[in-house]
Design a protein around this ligand. Sequence first.
Ligand SMILES: *Cc1c(COP(=O)(O)O)cnc(C)c1O
Length: 344
Amino acid sequence: MIDLRSDTVTRPSAAMREAMVRAEVGDDVWGDDPTVKAFEQAVAERAGKAAALFLPSGTQSNLCALLTHCQRGEEVIAGQYSHIFRDEGGGAAALGSVAVQPLPHQADGSLALDALHTAVKGDDIHHARSRLLALENTYRGMVMPRDYTLAATAQAHEQGLATHLDGARLFNASVATGLSLATLCEGFDSVSLCFSKGLGAPVGSLLLGEGDFIAHARRWRKTLGGGMRQAGLLAAACHYAFEHHVDRLIDDHDNARRLAEGLAAVPGVEVRACDTNMVFVAFPQAHCQALQAHLEARGILVAVGQVTRLVTHLDVTTDAVERVVSAVSDYFSEAGSELPASTI
Ligand SMILES: *Cc1c(COP(=O)(O)O)cnc(C)c1O
């Protein structure tokens, strides 16, 4: 199968499984797992942060960060389509009594600096207390400009806010720009990274920050049920991904570009955007269901919708990209004259 639904669908490679089998383990809740500790330390160093905390998911990592930065009745400012606001089950509100103030995104995914400035509430008993700015990089595959993240975080700090980065795909941003992980983490008090997406580990995220912050977040992780025992088995997979699967993300970006170029040449298909490892495509509405079935019959999994997101990752080869382009092209040449040109 060629699975383009997400970069979370990767399977651990033989070498990664080998690293898991060999991992030395201990009880990480007792602070006894050497593999977890080594992994936390290695990534913290690379990111230029003092400490790190290993968590089962990016959602829990972001939630731990929010609960550590904010008290009950305080608020975090985030993009209205950010993962933290839209895709984490309202965890900050449900479990932390923390409000989210959503802001609209600009075309490049960023939040306007003047809107950010105004969104910070004054010291008035009517308002929730603004405590945290949370940004996302990459956002829908788009790399946030470094000038923007530096300006936004500096402004937030001036206004008394802390700053958090949801960097689920920050390694993609690093490879795409050639900027180091540490450079991309500058300006942020805390950063969350995922190893279970393009990097190919089965499970695992890290929260990075100052020592005190991480010590506090460690308490929240336990409260949320994220304290894992012989977690070195999983950290070994993530550490393997960290050492072997970062530089190759450039292949995913190249494949996404090939996919975008191939699909753009098919009459009836509109490529909306292509950044890092994501391609956004609009297919004629009337053909969405039939196209999805056509592709599935050829071993290609795609979640065709109003706008279809196609994601490349380490289990998608250049050959696979060509097969996908041919399959889509075949479909539309068979659909031929019935193709309604104006339904996009
Ligand atoms: C996937 C993702 C997360 C974390 O998701 P989990 O599935 O909980 O690991 C957080 N932020 C963004 C932007 C993501 O894409």
